[in-house]
Ligand binder design. Structure first.
Ligand SMILES: Nc1nc2c(ncn2[C@@H]2O[C@H](COP(=O)(O)OP(=O)(O)OP(=O)(O)O)[C@@H](O)[C@H]2O)c(=O)[nH]1
Ligand SMILES: [Mg+2]
Length: 1178
């Protein structure tokens, strides 16, 4: 290894290059064009060579910005130069030395330099060398030699005095730079360097390129910029390896016919008034070309025949037509600043073209056919006379930049909304008076220049242009962000739109969009989520706009609370706050509505993949089953709990640095405090200062600054300790990403299961058809097939953005949530029925319904109210549906037992449900603490205990106990009986007729049974009883059907089915997962197998349990005497019809029925033929 000191010899002469900056400036201007294209996405632009060493050689080229800094460095370097002689000896990739002796003012090359043969690169640029010594030949390993900006001698084409003939021994030399050496001729020694790949002889006034160039058969790049040459010799075609010839800055007059033979030529950089000599020599001809009175023919045709050419630059070459193009490889075509009056048709066939610049021409039309060039990324048509943009532009799906500034365009077509990749849309100085709403679909748009148009109002959904983050500002000297100056915009007003902050404009427009939406109906918001996730606290925050946290366990929501809420912008909501306790599972379906906006609330602070199923997964399964297609918004609460982690950090710092106490806040805190009271410290910051929450949490999920990959996501499932520097905001963000990923994976799993099901159904149908199975069976399968297809077509619409909020003081994120709720309901893609004008009489109809004092209104009374208002049945139904949709009434038009009654006061029904379903039922049934059992039930303590035990074991409710459940109402005997009659219609319970002569003790005799409360699972007693019953049948005829539910059964559905049995049986015994019953002539059993309670909840492969799709079967068996009248078939038909009905009303339930061929062939069997109804909007 050579030592640095060896090179640190002083060089005799030091000459300052006073002209250096001026030279560089010139160089910069010649390069400015390529510099301006540097940002283009083409490969060639990316290929701009970046020096692989840290050379400060002034020879280095770059963008104008880079140039400036180089100049600054250059002037500084002049001072330093006197001390430094040899710059650090870097190494090439293959371990050879790089010797940089540029800018030393040397007049001769020190012999020490050529003394070794391990030099790979020698940089001698910017010196005063007139020649290289013959000894240079010793550098046999030399790869690169840079002698630019020296005074190398060459007075005639045979002059070897500057570059000696010995140079030919440098057989490894592949790159030679001899730019700016004031050469009138190319030193002939160069023609002997046959291994050269790169030759730069730019900025020498050589005038003619010698035919000897043909000797350099390995040449790949040839730089001939600013060399005064006017043509290339035909021999250039011998350089078969040539890929790039740079001719910028020359006035090229002709090109050899041999060019098309150069099969590797990709770049031929010609421009700058090339080929124009002919035109310029006749004064009139330019005018004739401009006016199209003469066809331009001065560009050599060979230019258009280069099949491998990738970049063609004909800027400012005075052409008014382009011949047929054979340049099929073109990626960049610059035809700007010419006299073209139409887009050359042959250009539409260039299917590799990425950049087309036809700016500054005379185009009047942007042709439809331009849409054929689908590869286009940049299209510049500015400074023409174009009047319209074709709709077909939408086909340019790769377009990232569209410049149509300085034209006469009046309308922006809707189709621009289809340019999904567009980042820059420049439409300055046109005649646009409005913008289409579709422009707001350009999610990638970063710059939208609308300066100097006639726009008066901006589209209201402009806030969707999320990537526009600035307005009226510049980046690297070009406009960026939103530009609106010189427009008569009144919406928003100038004080809003003349800003550098587009958020200000977007905020205004958002608000306006909400306020201006007409006929917006009240929207139902359904808040679902685990108990304790923060639903009620969130609703308090939304409605009261201040933090009202519940007390948790003691404040758990019972069943459902409905609240009407109007936002500041007058958007009307009906909030449904469901108790998250499992006790209410059976009630949810009564309020499910796929047209509502569903909020799935979870505790973001405790979320992990392990808790996904419990916090989110099971709710999504439930939505999939009961509300397929619904719009779901995820809301993560407890965001403040992330701050606790930051508090720990901050507190630790606080104890060390008390002086920081006033300002030490996390990013989140500062955001929160903006929204909290300005005067005093928030509760949160007080707790910081008092150190209250110091030890609140031991570990949290790790900090991921960017979106986590799958492995990181998996690792998040197991929390690891937080590093001190972690910021709470990025933690919560990474959890947010985790939630998104898990939800996505869950939905994927669900979709895959559906697809698998569909495939199975397809196969079953095919087999059944082939083997001529009963029609009923085939029809049944077809209906299920249709249903699964529908489910695949209408998945839940889970919003991609998760709202993160804190219900704690400051209500972080709540304002944003309100805004996004408002924007969602006015979005008619999400809620197409939300905006409707409603006839006045419907309001009167509602009032007349509400006047009724009963629990529900019978159909007869409903009709009477309608008739009084001259409403026909159809209109009554439409109006009832509307009232149901906005949450004013409950009307179950699809439930046969309820279709003919209207719950005109939902609160009453909810109260009724609440009285029978309680998460704290056992506590409620406390004789000592709850006086109601004494006062309303007239219970003795012991009797009460018995009634209580029966209820808690079997769900049976006696009359006195029911009286206590309904304590909130003063019910007389008749009212009471009305209610007892009513409740079984709602499917969650059944009633038992009271014997006329009371049997046993009244306090224990059940009148209503709630199967939900049954705690006994089937065991040996079940089997014994069944076998016992079987023995009593002499010649048993067994009918059996099986319902298979491959994705599982929702909670409460089996209980619902068991209620259906009631009207068919004489006696029954219930277990949670089995029923035995008898009729006059039959015995029956209904059992459930594989439900969640019976199978332990391990998932398929021990995988992360995001969802649980466990196949469940429900078996119905009817046994009768063989010779009995119907042999059990009548009962079977009725029961299966009813069960099918319930299953079909569960729109997302995937199920199938299996039974014997004999049963399938039973006449008028209806159990499979009910098709599924999907909500109107999906
Ligand atoms: N720190 C903090 N506590 C919260 C937040 N949201 C809710 N809580 C607390 O969490 C507990 C449960 O909140 P609730 O609003 O009652 O939860 P819920 O979802 O309505 O629960 P159920 O009614 O049982 O379904 C209460 O102790 C609340 O004070 C929050 O954002 N931050
Ligand atoms: Mg609640």
């Amino acid at each position: 290894m050579l030592k640095k000191a060896r090179f640190a010899k002083p060089v005799q002469q030091m000459v300052e290059y006073g002209t250096e900056p001026a030279k560089m400036e010139k160089q910069g201007s010649a390069k400015s064009k390529s510099g301006s294209r540097e940002g283009s996405p083409s490969k060639s632009a990316k290929k701009t060579p970046s020096p692989n060493r840290k050379s400060k050689s002034p020879n280095r080229k770059g963008t104008p910005g880079e140039l400036k800094s180089a100049m600054r460095k250059g002037s500084g370097k002049d001072k330093v130069k006197k001390k430094t002689i040899v710059k650090s000896p870097d190494l090439t990739a293959d371990g050879l030395r790089i010797i940089d002796m540029s800018g030393q003012g040397m007049t001769i090359l020190p012999m020490s330099v050529v003394g070794t043969n391990d030099t790979g690169e020698l940089i001698l640029a910017s010196n005063n060398l007139r020649s290289l010594p013959p000894e240079i030949k010793r550098l046999t390993e030399l790869r690169k030699l840079d002698i630019s900006r020296n005074g190398i001698r060459c007075t005639n084409p045979g002059d070897f005095s500057g570059l000696p003939g010995e140079i030919k021994e440098l057989v490894n030399l592949v790159e030679l730079k001899i730019s700016e050496c004031n050469l009138p001729y190319i030193p002939p020694a160069i023609w002997t360097l046959t291994h050269l790949k790169i030759l730069d002889i730019s900025r020498n006034k050589i005038n003619i390129l010698s035919p000897d160039i043909g000797e350099l058969v390995n040449l790949q790049k040839l730089n001939l910029q600013q060399t005064n040459i006017t043509t290339l010799p035909p021999e250039i075609a011998y350089c078969q390896e040539l890929e790039e010839i740079l001719l910028w800055g020359n006035v090229i007059e002709s090109l050899p016919e041999t060019l098309p033979e150069m099969l590797k030529l990709r770049t031929l950089a010609v421009n700058y008034r090339s080929f124009c000599a002919q035109v310029d020599s006749f004064q009139e001809s330019e005018e004739l070309l401009r006016k199209g009175k003469m066809t331009s023919e001065h560009i050599p045709l060979v230019v258009f025949e280069l099949a491998t050419l990738e970049v063609l630059d004909l800027e400012n070459t005075k052409i008014n037509n382009v011949p047929e193009l054979s340049t099929i490889s073109l990626r960049e075509l610059y035809l700007c600043k010419n006299f073209l009056s139409k887009v050359p048709p042959s250009l539409f066939n260039l299917n590799h073209l990425q950049i087309l610049d036809m700016s500054h021409n005379l185009l009047q039309v942007m042709p439809d056919e331009i849409s054929r060039v689908k590869s286009l990324v940049v299209l510049r048509l500015n400074n023409n006379q174009i009047e319209r943009i074709p709709q077909k532009i939408r086909d340019l799906s790769n377009l990232e930049e569209l410049n149509i500034s300085y034209n006469r365009i009046r309308y922006m077509p809707n189709a621009v909304g289809g340019l999904k990749m567009l980042r820059r849309l420049l439409a300055e100085k046109n005649e646009l008076s409005s913008l289409p709403d579709e422009i707001c679909h350009l999610e990638n748009l970063e710059t939208l220049d609308l300066t100097e148009n006639r726009i008066t109002a901006l589209p209201m959904k402009m806030h969707q242009l999320r990537n526009i983050t600035t307005a009226h500002s510049f980046q690297r000297l070009s406009k960026c962000g939103l530009w609106l100056y010189k427009n008569p915009i009144h919406t928003p007003p100038p004080e809003i739109w003349k800003t550098e902050k587009p958020e200000k404009i977007f905020e205004y427009l958002k608000k306006l969009a909400i306020i201006k939406t007409e006929n917006l109906l009240r929207q139902k918001l359904l808040f679902f989520g685990e108990s304790g996730s923060g639903k009620t606290s969130l609703i308090n925050g939304l409605v009261h706009r201040k933090s009202i946290l519940t007390n948790g366990e003691t404040d758990k929501t019972r069943a459902l609370t409905q609240t009407k809420w109007k936002t500041d912008n007058n958007v009307d909501f009906m909030l449904h706050d469901f108790g998250g306790d499992k006790a209410y599972s059976m009630l949810y379906p009564l309020f499910c509505d796929a047209n509502a906006l569903v909020l799935l609330v979870y505790n973001h602070g405790t979320y992990s993949t392990d808790t996904h199923y419990q916090q989110i997964g099971n709710w999504i399964e439930f939505f999939n089953t009961y509300m397929p297609g619904a719009v779901v918004k995820l809301v993560g609460t407890h965001l403040d709990s992330y701050d606790e982690y930051a508090v720990e950090d901050e507190n630790a710092n606080l104890s060390e640095m008390p002086s920081r106490s006033g300002s030490s806040t996390s990013r989140l805190q500062s955001q929160m405090s903006v929204q909290s009271n300005k005067s005093g410290q928030s509760e949160w910051s007080r707790s910081v200062l008092s150190g209250r929450s110091l030890h609140s949490r031991a570990s949290v999920t790790p900090n991921l600054e960017t979106s986590p990959n799958l492995e990181q996501i998996e690792s998040l499932a197991n929390p690891i300790p937080l590093s001190r520097s972690s910021s709470c905001l990025s933690q919560s963000k990474s959890v947010q990403e985790l939630v998104k990923t898990n939800v996505m994976r869950q939905m994927q799993t669900y979709t895959e299961s559906l697809k698998q099901n569909l495939e199975e159904l397809d196969t079953s149908i095919e087999t059944a058809e082939k083997s001529k199975q009963p029609m009923q069976y085939i029809k049944h399968l077809q209906i299920q097939q249709k249903k699964v297809e529908n489910l695949l077509l209408h998945p839940l619409r889970i919003m991609p953005d998760i709202a993160l909020v804190s219900n704690h003081e400051g209500l972080y994120g709540v304002r944003n949530l309100i805004e996004s709720l408002e924007l969602m309901v006015i979005d008619n893609k999400l809620f197409p029925n939300a905006q409707r004008s409603i006839p006045d009489k419907w309001q009167h109809f509602k009032i007349s319904l509400k006047r009724h004092k009963t629990y529900s209104v019978t159909w007869k009374k409903v009709e009477t109210s309608g008739k009084e208002l001259e409403m026909k049945v159809e209109e009554i139904q439409e109006c009832l549906q509307y009232l149901h949709d906005v949450g004013e009434i409950l009307w179950y038009r699809d439930v046969p037992s309820l279709a003919k009654m209207v719950f005109h006061k939902p609160r009453i029904l909810i109260q009724l449900l609440m009285s029978m379903f309680r998460h704290d039922m056992e506590n409620f049934l406390n004789f000592e603490d709850n006086k109601v059992f004494l006062s309303k039930g007239m219970f003795e303590k012991a009797d009460f205990k018995q009634a209580r035990d029966i209820f808690l074991r079997n769900g049976q409710i006696s009359r006195p106990l029911m009286n206590c459940f309904w304590f909130f109402e003063e019910l007389d005997y008749d009212h009471f009986n009305d209610l007892v009659e009513l409740v079984p219609h709602i499917d969650f319970c059944y009633s038992i007729p009271e014997p006329s002569i009371p049997k046993g003790e009244l306090y224990a005799y059940p009148i209503v049974v709630l199967p939900w409360y049954n705690k006994e699972r089937v065991g040996t007693d079940f089997t014994d009883r069944w076998n016992d019953a079987l023995t009593k049948i002499h010649k048993p005829k067994i009918l059996m059907v099986t319902y298979v539910l491959p994705l599982g059964i929702p909670l409460g559905l089996f209980e619902k089915i068991t209620c259906l049995l009631q009207k068919h049986v004489n006696t029954r015994i219930d277990w949670t997962n089995g029923i035995l019953g008898t009729t006059k002539t039959e015995i029956l059993k209904l059992t459930m197998h594989g439900d969640q309670q019976s199978s332990d909840l391990d998932t398929e492969s021990g995988d992360i349990p995001l969802c649980k799709q466990i196949e469940v079967e429900v078996h119905l068996t009817i046994v009768s005497e063989e010779d009995s009248e119907s042999g059990g078939t009548t009962l079977l038909k009725e029961l299966t019809r009813e069960i099918t009905d319930v299953m079909s009303r569960t729109p997302g339930l995937v199920w199938r029925l299996h039974t014997s061929e004999e049963i399938w062939r039973l006449p008028s069997l209806q159990f499979a033929l009910k098709s599924v109804q999907f909500s109107k909007q999906t």
